[in-house]
Write a protein that binds this ligand. Sequence first.
Ligand SMILES: O=c1[nH]cnc2c1ncn2[C@@H]1O[C@H](CO)[C@@H](O)[C@H]1O
Ligand SMILES: [Zn+2]
Length: 378
Amino acid sequence: MSLPASEPRPSAVDRASAVLAPKVLLHDHLDGGLRPATVLDLARENGYDELPAGDVDGLARWFRDSADSGSLVRYLETFTHTVAVMQTAPALRRVARECAEDLAADGVVYAEVRFAPEQHLTTGLSLDEVVEAVLRGFDEGSAAAQATGRPILVRCLVTAMRHAARSREIAELAVRFRDRGVVGFDIAGAEAGHPPSRHLDAFEYMRANNAPFTIHAGEAFGLPSIHEAISFCGTDRLGHGVRVMDDIELPSGTGPSGRDVRGAQLGRVANYVRDKRIPLEMCPSSNVQTGAVASIAEHPFDVLARLRFRVTVNTDNRLMSDTTMSKEFGVLADQFGYGWADFERFTVNAMKSAFIHFDERLRFIDEIIKPGYAVLIG
Ligand SMILES: O=c1[nH]cnc2c1ncn2[C@@H]1O[C@H](CO)[C@@H](O)[C@H]1O
Ligand SMILES: [Zn+2]
């Protein structure tokens, strides 16, 4: 969505003005982004009677408050309810369609939305049927968005749950669907006790097929998880990766949100991540809820951005974090004083890191992102 040249230009970035900026989203979970009203509808239609609240506001509040636990494990427990109502092809299709529509309405122009097909098999769908339903929903939602003048391209990442043992199968699923809308693979779930190297087989399969992947690492567990993800598994991106901070020593007197990063000392892992331009899919609100960081003020986003890591802004779970991309922009702008040029840089970072092909990424940067921010910057 771009601003017509005749409109006044909003000078400050806030949640409302950020809707006007073209945004790129690399880390968003399908089962973490349902509309509360849809959760209620689908529960009714499918006879699921274990929802913790019976009205839209109460349910929205329940997800947000329960996710605000300071623990990734407890945060993840809330997904029981969303996954429970996403067990039929029509339900999956509806959730995916609404996801594309909601992202487009928020001014997202390109999104990679992930979910774990293995969690949607309880009524007998096959992995392929699950993915087909979701891709169909994305196409329908994108077509509806296009019709309202808000074009979006939505691509899918398939996730394997790290505590389970189906990652190789899910990697094969990703490759099987790679020309039909799935652009990559991921592992998610509780991080502590489930190191990425347990899934080497899946990552090797992806690499052997020249297919990209990302790994949730450095969220609930520290540097060893990031080290394994990059050095043993060869990940293309890091989901969150905030704990790369554990390998960065700031000059004394500078807190994690300190403005002056001159004299920062990077260890080998941090240097490798920065040298190789490994993208960090950071999700500020989610990181506070899961306790990965203590507060937005202490989020390492700003230090990492100043140190020129390839930082990107993401939502993670719009329902649980009660957020949108515009809201995450607003939160960062409030905290760190970013302007449009900063958000243009983060957006270009994200587009450069997308799993679609290089020519398509360039087209987004040259034809949509740069012209969109040029109007806002004025
Ligand atoms: O921030 C996160 N860290 C780790 N796992 C997550 C996060 N958000 C969601 N999931 C997990 O990914 C599954 C597939 O989408 C979700 O069901 C949830 O268990
Ligand atoms: Zn995530």
